[in-house]
Write a protein that binds this ligand. Structure first.
Ligand code: SF4
Length: 253
C-alpha cells in the first residue's frame, strides 16, 4: 500500500501533475528559487522551534525528523517528529500537549505548523487538518484546534479544524484515486511552475502538444470547455477567432 504523506498531499495541492510525476517515481531538477525557499524555510523552522521551546514551562522533546514511536511520554511540546498511522504519514512541526481526555490518559496533543509567510494560504490549513487526522489515529481522538505560527513575529493563529475536515476529505479522495490509477492528469501550467522541479519537462510537453495551457490564464475549467468542442491545441483554437467585420470596426472607431 502506498503511504499517503503530507509531502504528497502538498504536491497535489500545488498541482495534480506534480503528485502524479512523483507517484511515478520521477524527479526533476530543483530550481534556484526553490533551493532558496527551502533554505529560508529551514532557517525559519529552526528559529520558530527555538522560540516555541523557550516559551514552554514543561518538558520539550526534539525528534530531529525521526519517527515518533508513541505519545505516552507526555512531553509538553514535541518538535520535528514524523508520525505514521493507518497508511498516513506526516511531519509534525510541533505538537502541544493540552489537558483533555484521550486514549493517552488525561491529556491529548494538538498540531502546530510553522508558516514563513505572514498570511497562510489555504494549503497550510489543509496540511494542519491532515496532521490532526494522523494524530486522531495516534491518540484516539481528534483535536478540536490546531495552531499556525506565521511570519517573522510568529503570529499565532488558532484554527478550528472541523472547518477544514470536509475539504481535506475531498482532496484525499482525489489523491487516493490518483494513487490507484495510472492515468495522467491533464497538464495545466500554473503559478507554481516557476519554482517546480518539473518546470522544463512540463513546458516542453506543452509546447510539443501545442497545449491550450500555453495560453496565459487558461484554467482547467476553460480547457475542459474547449476540449468538449473538440479543441485541444492553440492552433485549433486560433481557427475559431473571426476578424471583426469592417462596419463593426468602424463603429468601434
Ligand atoms: S511544472 Fe507546473 S504543471 Fe508541471 S508539475 Fe510542476 S507545477 Fe505542475
Amino acid at each position: 500500500m502506498h503511504v499517503l504523506s503530507d509531502i504528497l498531499l502538498e504536491d497535489h495541492l500545488k498541482c495534480s501533475s506534480k503528485s502524479y510525476l512523483h507517484l511515478q517515481g520521477r524527479s526533476g531538477r530543483a530550481t534556484d528559487y526553490s533551493v532558496l525557499c527551502s533554505q529560508l524555510d529551514a532557517s525559519y523552522r529552526a528559529g520558530v522551534a527555538h522560540w516555541l521551546a523557550a516559551q514552554s514551562t514543561g518538558r520539550v522533546s526534539r525528534f530531529g525528523g525521526s519517527r515518533l514511536q508513541s505519545l505516552t511520554s507526555s512531553d509538553a511540546i514535541i518538535l520535528d517528529a514524523v508520525g505514521e498511522a493507518d497508511g498516513l504519514e506526516t511531519h509534525f512541526d510541533g505538537l502541544q500537549r493540552i489537558s483533555s481526555g484521550s486514549r493517552l490518559g488525561t491529556y491529548q496533543y494538538r498540531p502546530i505548523r510553522f508558516c514563513r509567510q505572514m498570511q497562510p494560504n489555504s494549503a497550510i490549513y489543509l496540511l494542519l487538518a491532515f496532521d490532526a487526522l494522523v494524530l486522531r489515529h495516534l491518540q484516539g481522538v481528534s483535536p478540536e484546534h490546531g495552531v499556525l505560527l506565521c511570519g517573522p513575529t510568529f503570529r499565532r493563529i488558532t484554527v478550528r479544524l472541523r472547518k477544514h475536515a470536509h475539504s481535506l476529505a475531498a482532496v484525499l479522495t482525489r489523491l487516493r484515486l490518483q494513487i490507484a490509477s495510472a492515468n495522467e492528469p491533464p497538464l495545466v501550467l500554473n503559478r507554481h511552475c516557476e519554482m517546480c522541479e518539473f518546470k522544463q519537462l512540463c513546458r516542453d510537453k506543452a509546447v510539443e502538444a501545442d497545449n491550450l495551457t500555453l495560453l496565459r490564464g487558461m484554467t482547467l475549467k476553460e480547457m475542459a470547455r474547449h476540449n468538449s468542442k473538440g479543441i485541444f491545441s492553440v492552433k485549433q483554437l486560433s481557427y475559431t477567432f473571426r476578424p471583426r467585420r469592417p462596419a463593426l470596426q468602424a463603429a468601434l472607431g
